[in-house]
Write a protein that binds this ligand. Structure first.
Ligand code: GDP
Length: 209
């Protein structure tokens, strides 16, 4: 499966303002600078779709993109504001928490959340804490280890393994995970296949309902 069309739709300040939940939806989140915009641009094969390095002071919004894939399905891709900006005030952090919590807990058509992790780093507390929170919210997620081109394959693989090992301290099984590089353009196919399979089961469930 490939993405044929990807267009920016709308930015919403809260889940209540999001577009009608009438299509399968996939959201992306991670620490600031993890490579989220670059990943979204790579998946959609469009250079400037998501703005690379949006500034931390900007209004935090839930950004919807409408996607048409090669199987003629339409679905939503969502760019969520990240966590871990050093420059954010406590007030901004609280409003981020409220917005993300509302979105994750109430968005009925949200099929999967992709949590991005920098493959150059040893497991970071902030990522682990966010993921453990997803468990409490019972939100299905997959991990995307970004910037794989920045270290040797072995270093990246070690960091991925360390991260998964760390997760197994609180989780019973390892989540689906992908390794990507926006520079080498690797890993997109695997993520899109995963979305394709999820779209198929989303549709099957909806047809049953
Ligand atoms: P965001 O803040 O999470 O949206 O991250 P960006 O996509 O803006 O990327 C942050 C910085 O990392 C930018 O300078 C990107 O060019 C760089 N970057 C993103 N992805 C990759 C990657 O796969 N490989 C390398 N080498 N650099 C990347």
């Amino acid at each position: 499966m490939e993405i044929i069309h990807a267009d920016y739709l709308i930015s919403s300040p809260s889940v209540e303002k999001c577009p009608d939940p009438n299509k399968a939806e996939y959201a992306f989140i991670g620490r600031s600078n993890v490579g989220k915009s670059s990943l979204i641009n790579m998946l959609c094969n469009k250079k400037d779709l998501a703005k690379v390095s949006s500034s931390p002071g900007k209004t935090q919004m839930i950004n919807h993109f409408i996607i048409v894939s090669s199987d003629k399905r339409e679905w939503y891709l969502v760019d969520l504001p990240g966590y871990g900006y050093a420059k954010r005030s406590i007030k901004q952090r609280n409003s981020w928490q409220k917005m993300i919590e509302g979105y994750i807990q109430k968005r009925q058509n949200l099929v999967n959340l992709f949590v991005l992790i920098d493959s150059r780093l040893k497991p970071q507390k902030i990522d682990l804490e966010f993921i453990n929170q997803l468990g409490e919210w019972q939100m299905p997620f997959a991990l995307v280890f970004t910037k794989a081109d920045k270290s040797t394959q072995r270093e990246a693989a070690n960091n991925v393994n360390d991260f998964l090992k760390e997760l197994l301290k609180t989780w019973e099984e390892v989540p689906p995970h992908f390794v990507t590089s926006a520079i080498k353009k690797t890993g997109a196919k695997q993520i899109l296949n995963f979305i394709n399979e999820s779209n198929t089961s989303f549709q099957a469930h909806r047809n049953k309902a």
